[in-house]
Design a binder for this molecule. Structure first.
Ligand code: MN
Length: 230
């Protein structure tokens, strides 16, 4: 059997200090995982269970890119996030064993059409138009887990040099092992899966000409420039 058109290349993320790449299988994103962000969006934190949405792997956008302002939005938002890269299969994994399946960590941006997400909330419809679109999953090179231990590192993001989002990783409501254990009750997690763990407060609008710079102490920074709309 041959394909009727060229099979699209699988998105890959560079690995810090390694010539090899991390091929992306799936992208899971956690919602409302910092209390101050849930509050700014007008929601209570759900302490019973985390919730998720997904992005298509082709939404991956590499740090340093300049991308067009996306179609279909007048309220395009930045969400700075800590990203976990899965390196081993995990199904119904216990929290105590969950960190064994982590390959590494990266900084990322969950770029969002906030107006389209709000439509979905208002109408009880899915969030896809708001969350899963081209270049919406920005990511920097992955740092192997051996070189990074989750603690109280700062997670920060500026637009045009002005601080917009500022928190520490210990403010995550659902910890990384809790998220992996929970997700693995619903999916057979596989090497190549990425988990965007949610954004701190301070999300906001970006427009053409803006430059975003996001950092987490100990990881490669994430940079994005917003160009003119197509
Ligand atoms: Mn997010």
């Amino acid at each position: 059997m041959t394909a009727i058109f060229d099979i699209p290349p699988q998105p890959q993320v560079p690995i810090a200090g390694n010539d090899k790449t991390f091929p992306v299988h799936r992208i899971f994103c956690v919602g409302r995982n910092y209390a101050a962000h849930a509050a700014e969006m007008g929601h209570e934190v759900d302490r019973e269970a985390p919730f998720y949405f997904c992005k298509t792997p082709s939404a991956i956008c590499h740090t340093g890119s300049t991308i067009p302002y996306p179609p279909g939005t007048e309220n395009y938002h930045h969400e700075m996030e800590f990203v976990v890269a899965i390196g081993k299969p995990a199904f119904r994994v216990a929290e105590k064993d969950a960190m064994d399946v982590v390959f590494g960590y990266a900084t990322g941006l969950d770029m969002t059409r906030r107006d389209r997400q709000q439509d979905g909330k208002d109408k009880g419809r899915p969030w896809d138009l708001g969350k899963d679109f081209e270049d919406s999953a920005v990511i920097a090179p992955i740092t192997p887990a051996a070189d990074f231990t989750i603690g109280t590192q700062k997670i920060e993001m500026t637009v045009g040099g002005e601080m917009k989002q500022e928190a520490t990783l210990d403010e995550l409501i659902w910890s990384v092992p809790e998220i992996i254990a929970h997700l693995s009750r619903y999916y057979h997690l596989q090497p190549g899966d990425l988990i965007y763990t949610g954004t701190p407060s301070g999300v906001g609008k970006v427009v053409a000409g803006n430059t975003i710079h996001g950092t987490i102490d100990g990881l490669a920074p994430v940079d994005l420039t917003i160009g003119a709309a197509e």
